[in-house]
Design a protein around this ligand. Sequence first.
Ligand SMILES: [Zn+2]
Length: 445
Amino acid sequence: MTEFLIRNAHTILTMNDTGSELTGHDLLLRDGVIAEIGVGLSTSGEVVDAKNCVVTPGLVNTHHHLYQTLTRAVPGGQDALLFGWLKTLYPIWSRFGPDEMRVSALIGLAELALSGCTLTSDHLYLYPNGARLDDTIDAAREIGLRFHATRGAMSIGESSGGLPPDSLVENEDAILNDCVRVIDAFHDPSEGAMVRVGVAPCSPFSVSRELMRDAAILARDKGVMLHTHLAENEEDIAYSLETFGCRPGQYAEDLGWTGSDVWHAHCVKLDGREIRLFANSRTGVAHCPCSNCRLGSGIAPVRAMRDAGVPVGLGVDGSASNDAGNLMAEARQTMLLQRVANGADAISAREALYIATRGGAEVLGRTDCGQVAVGKRADIAIWDVSGIESAGSWDPAALLLAGPMQVRDLFVEGRQIVRDGHISTIPLAQVINQQNTLARALVDA
Ligand SMILES: [Zn+2]
């Protein structure tokens, strides 16, 4: 039995059904779950003093491409729109292999952990030179984050009118067979699961209509979730109208890509009808505000989606289009962008943090995560509000207004992953060295 007692927190933002905020309370974590919440609790395990700290549920990242941490700030891709950006990066990604996948995932996961993230999904849609989904799952197990890997894919290469080079696309039968392999090998449907697997063709412009349909049938047969990119920018809408003769929402609906077991990244350009479709079908959205800003894609209608009842979570998106992987920064950016679009009273700091925690857990189908409540998983972020960022703050619990943007401590399934601001499960300095060596080799090639 392992126990941690988080004692005397300044504030606990529970994100529970009534939005309770507790002051001076303790949290007892036992065997991976939140065992007790109260005042004056005791333990035979380790005690973590949280007197000057705000405690929140761990943040949930609903969209990422971990492999891209090896291609941050690539010249030629820094100032391009989505399609031009992809065409710059595809040839570089085609040189990746298993080491690049594992090490870049470790870096991306460590960066997420330091920003308070305890559960992340990943969308890996290219498998050059023997790379496998297994490489990223290994990385997540090593660092100890809860991980929803998705088996992505591209099947329409340049010679067939698609965007990616032919060298990066796969045969559709092989894609579906590998989906079955990784689901059977790794997917854990049980409560408290540390690894789940989803099926995730990259986007409507890189796979066929048949693969989208077959992927949905396979996912339902296996009881796993579906994920892809949708309605990211104007180019994406134009491609859909020209190629499929309909908007992305219609395309998704026709092929079985709506429902509470589906979540789509971006959805910047959803119109009113598509928002109603997603709300009625409980289809989730991964909102990626920094990536949308970086690629000039626009401001997603998050306010309208939330008001309509669409489940919305946050995503940092890949580090080639962000280029950071700080989930707290995404939450702040969500708040800022909705205010730019709709006014200063459009969204509160607390609502944006709710989207980053409970909202993301809902999108990923994790009712066991995303809130501080007895019986929920012990995924906890502890934010020190005694530092310079919060000095003078009248409401330190409004974390997104002042800060900090990095955690002091982080627990996943009751295990401490970040201690005093440092990753405690992997030798981070060594992994950074490996990452930079791999990046230099890509530049030299
Ligand atoms: Zn993406």
